[in-house]
Write a protein that binds this ligand. Structure first.
Ligand SMILES: O=C1C[C@@](O)(C(=O)O)C[C@@H](O)[C@@H]1O
Length: 228
């Protein structure tokens, strides 16, 4: 039967301020609704490499779900307050422990390459919380990100429905791409992504880690429905 196969993993993002809250979220969430756990360490107050290491070990003692390690810059919607050198050090120190490490495409190449070299696998990400750039601009990022990392990811803000169509076109034209049109206007791209071969779709566990996210239960149920 003609159709599509869905191999998308649902990623639940944990965005908490300290180890206790992170572990509380982990132990109260339904792990059946996720395939990956994103640990957003930029939301941890006064975060250090040692803190992140200890949290990762605690998570891995509790579940085998693969971890995506993210330390998001403020420029791209995150909360990390330190220097880029400090941000990259936290990622490099802990990247060998986890399945994927997320590094922003816009990071200075010498720092970006340090993370790529330290990581098992990388997600090369680009976020624009102000607009949806021109399609060719995004295509260029996707192509270069695909060359330097394992999964290219773009997450951009739509102002019109036509903006969201750009994301649809990019998903049609690229395999293995995580492409998100944020806000409510773009929420449907989080569901279309799995049909288009996206390897990961991000969902919220408690509070959302980005505008327009569905929660992990909704996302998993929809994907199950699409697969049936
Ligand atoms: O980059 C992404 C995608 C995301 O911004 C989203 O739009 O769901 C959520 C972030 O936590 C994650 O790191």
């Amino acid at each position: 039967m003609e159709g599509f196969t869905i191999n998308t993993g649902v990623c639940g993002s944990i965005i908490k301020e300290n180890k206790e809250e992170i572990l509380e979220t982990l132990k109260t969430m339904n792990l059946d609704n996720v395939d990956y756990i994103e640990l957003r360490v930029d939301t941890i107050k006064n975060v250090t490499s040692t803190m992140v290491h200890d949290i990762i070990i605690e998570i891995q003692n509790y579940t085998d779900k693969p971890i995506i390690l993210t330390n998001r810059t403020e420029d791209e919607g995150g909360y990390f307050k330190g220097s880029d050198d400090e941000r990259i050090k936290i990622l490099c120190d802990n990247a060998p422990l986890v399945e994927y490490t997320d590094i922003e495409y816009m990071t200075k190449p010498e720092l970006r390459n340090q993370v790529i070299d330290a990581a098992n696998k990388t997600i090369i990400s680009y976020h624009n919380f102000d607009k949806t750039p021109e399609k060719q601009y995004l295509k260029n990022i996707i192509n270069e990100a695909s060359d330097i990392g394992v999964i290219p990811k773009i997450a951009v803000k739509p102002h019109t429905l036509e903006d969201t169509y750009i994301i649809l076109q990019l998903m049609m034209e690229h395999d293995n791409l995580v492409a998100i049109s944020m806000d409510k206007l773009g929420t449907y791209t989080r569901i279309i992504g799995p049909i288009m071969g996206s390897p990961i779709t991000y969902a919220s566990i408690e509070e959302t880690s980005a505008p327009g996210q569905l929660d992990t239960k909704q996302t998993t149920q929809i994907i199950k429905k699409l697969k049936s």
